[in-house]
Design a protein around this ligand. Structure first.
Ligand code: NAP
Length: 268
């Protein structure tokens, strides 16, 4: 029996999005706010959070909450969880999205480069899940959605060996966390975006963006909202029997077996 109108289950859901001040996180927040969620966005730059909250407000009917947090710091994640639970009256959905992708070719990758990327992307995910675990359990329908990547779990790209490792590590963590969290009714899943046109990606330059768009069968880079819609599904009540799984959102970017395969569909 259908117990909820599709996706209506996000109405009034209490939601936290880390890295929600820009890029994919802002796109996730937009979709979840528009679905009727009560959303708190977190990041390190307080001014950017305020600008993002002003941007988000017209999409929904609840005021947008913000909280300064650095996910690479476990105590900051604990404070974020406490503040979010107090502001929203509990938390139903945690989107572990905050991440960084500085380039460092192997030949000159330093220990500090490796520490920094793993600390934000991997430890940051673990710290947030731990900090919110009991708060999500109290919800009885907790949902965690991790923003991983195709880079690492499926593909590779020169300069991002440490980044790819951090994104694959999120998935290894997720699969055991899913079993541990299941007893409390919390699910944990991951979206794997391809190349999404965000501020962070724009920093990599016009040539990079053009080359990447040309490698996508659907002919364009992803938008933050493309990722937001996938996250909304995994955060919904309707996805309650899915846990420990990954959803690739890449316009088909990981499908072609060769560069040649991309040009062949016209002649097939
Ligand atoms: P972005 O535009 O650079 O935005 C990153 C967001 O994360 C910002 O809100 C930033 O805010 C926040 N952040 C960074 N470090 C943080 C920290 N230590 N603590 C808390 N917040 C932090 O990046 P994006 O492209 O949207 O990427 C978002 C996520 O998607 C990342 O996990 C990334 O790996 C993943 N992803 C991106 C792409 C893509 O093509 N763009 C593809 C696959 C996966 P502050 O700087 O103010 O903290």
């Amino acid at each position: 029996m259908l117990t909820a109108t599709p996706m209506s289950s996000l109405t009034d859901a209490r939601i936290v999005v880390t890295g929600g001040s820009r890029g994919i996180g802002l796109g996730i927040a937009e979709v979840l706010v528009a679905a009727g969620g009560r959303v708190l966005i977190a990041g390190r730059d307080v001014d950017a959070l305020r600008v993002a909250a002003d941007h988000l407000a017209p999409f929904g009917r609840h005021s947008i909450r913000t909280c300064r947090a650095d996910v690479s710091d476990a105590s900051s994640c604990t404070e974020l969880a406490k503040a979010a639970a107090a502001e929203l009256g509990g938390v139903d959905v945690l989107c572990c999205n905050a991440g960084i992708f500085p380039s460092a070719p192997l030949i000159n990758m330093t220990e500090a480069d490796l520490d920094r990327v793993l600390r934000v992307n991997f430890y940051g995910t673990v710290f947030c899940v731990q900090a919110f675990q009991q708060i999500l359990a109290a919800s009885g329908r907790g949902r965690i959605v991790i923003t991983s990547s195709i880079t690492g779990p499926i593909t590779g790209y020169p300069g991002w060996a440490h980044y790819g490792a951090s994104k694959a590590a999120q998935l290894g963590f997720m699969r055991t966390a899913a079993i541990e969290l299941a007893a409390s009714g919390t699910t944990i899943n991951a979206v794997l975006p391809g190349n999404v046109a965000t501020e962070g990606l724009t920093d990599l330059g016009a040539d990079y963006l053009a080359t990447m768009a040309a490698s996508v069968p659907l002919g364009r880079l992803g938008t933050p909202a493309d990722i937001g819609h996938a996250v909304a599904f995994l955060a919904s009540e309707e996805a309650g029997y899915i846990t420990g799984q990954t959803l690739v959102v890449d316009g088909g970017q990981t499908l072609p077996e060769s560069l040649d395969a991309l040009g062949r569909e016209q002649n097939a």
